[in-house]
Design a protein around this ligand. Structure first.
Ligand SMILES: Nc1ncnc2c1ncn2[C@@H]1O[C@H](COP(=O)(O)OP(=O)(O)O)[C@@H](O)[C@H]1O
Ligand SMILES: [Mg+2]
Length: 421
């Protein structure tokens, strides 16, 4: 038997005395934990809590396990959203290998999301999150070969969802993907998504949507996003500067960062219904190519991290940056003069954000991640202020939110996988 762990391996060394010599499904160990509503799987998958951390163990053919181990490491190196791989156990006499990943904190399967009334109809947000993940993977040259709702985990992201890849055993990493390779992934995704939604329909947990229509629409959304990020445009000389700025802003607003902008001389530009000779635009038209960065967290996450050191999902980061900007305006009004960005960010962190987070009741801390709780408090403040006809302030909003909203967040939606205390 052989264990291969990637550093930091000390954390996982507590796993060494599990019953590796027995089939995973026959294990009996007090460290095993049940995860409700997890995604569908081909292989035996079980979860173990060790020293406060939960791990997912999957038993599968050694060749596939090694391959998945390698691919998940590549995804981590590329900075793409996927579960974190811990190690692989091979050469178990007479048995398949076991792949060990870390349980993704605060994650839910699509089944858990559909089962929870709190989030209304999650279909739309699930589609957007899945599409964004697939586009990111494709930009990085990663062909999934198994894109489905079951193979994705979702985390809350300021009311939207952020998707993480969970199953990579069929994937291939290339320098870039052809249209055929992307098309292959999309065909599979369409088929799998429709199938998974039909299953939910049969179980009575699907809102009134047509599975095939949702699957087709997911593919349409993929093409729209891919096109926005990668399409080449021909720019007229007179509006070049504006059009470039506009395109970059749109890409940033989708949560992506631009790595490189390339302008290639395209010669004279023809206006509509004119020939190049008569267009009057003269020379100077340019072809705009934009390369999107994949190896970095999203645009707003990066800015928030630089300003405050807070790690967040993309929409959460956007939300927090807006709150910091509003707070800066407030500080400037109080002071009667300009307040530097860095001062505003630091003051906001200490006086607003950390104060709220410290006040979260200990027994409710695991319901949602900290940034999501803060986001919900901002929403709640807006709601209470509307009702009261005055700004109730963050402290009062937080108090009311802890009393009346947070306790209603179902635990299974936000299954942290942490061992029961
Ligand atoms: N690291 C993890 N964190 C959270 N959930 C996980 C993790 N690994 C697996 N799961 C859950 O187990 C399910 C099955 O895992 P998966 O790797 O897709 O197995 P299979 O190859 O059999 O399809 C997933 O849909 C997901 O719900
Ligand atoms: Mg799977």
């Amino acid at each position: 038997m052989r264990f291969v762990f990637s550093p930091p391996a000390e954390a996982a060394s507590g796993l060494l005395d599990l019953s590796w010599h027995e089939p995973l499904e026959e294990w009996e160990d007090e460290r095993l934990v049940e995860i409700r509503q997890r995604g569908l799987s081909r292989h035996p998958v079980r979860f173990v809590a060790e020293a406060g951390v939960v791990y997912a163990l999957k038993e599968l053919d050694a060749r596939l396990a090694r391959r998945e181990y390698r691919l998940l490491r590549s995804l981590r190196d590329l900075g793409l959203p996927a579960v974190e791989v811990v190690g692989v156990v091979v050469d178990r006499p007479g048995l398949d290998a076991i792949l060990v990943t870390r349980f993704l904190d605060y994650s839910s399967s699509y089944r858990a999301l559909f089962a929870n009334a709190r989030y209304g109809h999650p279909t739309d947000r699930l589609q957007d999150a899945l599409v964004e993940l697939l586009v990111r993977l494709h930009l990085a040259g990663f062909m999934w070969g198994d894109c489905s709702l079951s193979n994705v985990l979702f985390r809350m992201d300021a009311g939207a969802f952020a998707a993480y890849l969970v199953d990579a055993e069929t994937a291939e990493l290339h320098p870039a993907l052809s249209e055929g390779q992307r098309g292959y992934d999309l065909d599979l995704a369409r088929e799998r998504i429709a199938g998974e939604l039909f299953d939910l329909q049969a179980a009575g947990t699907l809102p009134p949507v047509d599975p095939i229509e949702v699957a087709d629409d997911t593919v349409r959304r993929y093409h729209a996003l891919w096109d926005e990020l990668t399409r080449e445009e021909i720019l007229h000389p007179e509006d070049q500067r504006y059009r470039i700025a506009d395109r970059l802003r749109r890409i940033n607003s989708l949560g992506f960062d631009v790595d490189e902008v390339e302008l290639v001389d395209a010669g004279p530009v023809a206006g509509e219904g004119t020939t190049p000779h008569t267009s009057g635009n003269g020379p100077g038209g340019a072809r705009l190519r934009v390369r999107t960065r994949v190896a970095e967290p999203g645009h707003h996450r990066r800015i928030l991290m630089a300003r405050t050191g807070l790690g967040a999902q993309e929409n959460q980061a956007r939300r927090l940056l807006n709150d910091i900007a509003a707070y800066r305006g407030y500080l400037e009004r109080v002071k009667g003069g300009p307040v530097p960005e860095v001062v505003a960010s630091n003051t906001w962190l200490a006086e607003v954000y950390e104060r709220v987070v410290r006040a979260i009741p200990a027994d409710l801390r695991d319901r949602l991640d900290e940034v999501e709780i803060f986001h919900e408090i901002l929403e709640h403040r807006w709601f209470l202020s509307e009702r009261a006809g005055r700004d109730v302030g963050t402290t009062e909003a937080a108090r009311d939110y802890f009393d009346s909203v947070l306790p209603t967040v179902p635990e299974d939606l936000t299954e942290t996988g942490r061992p029961p205390s």
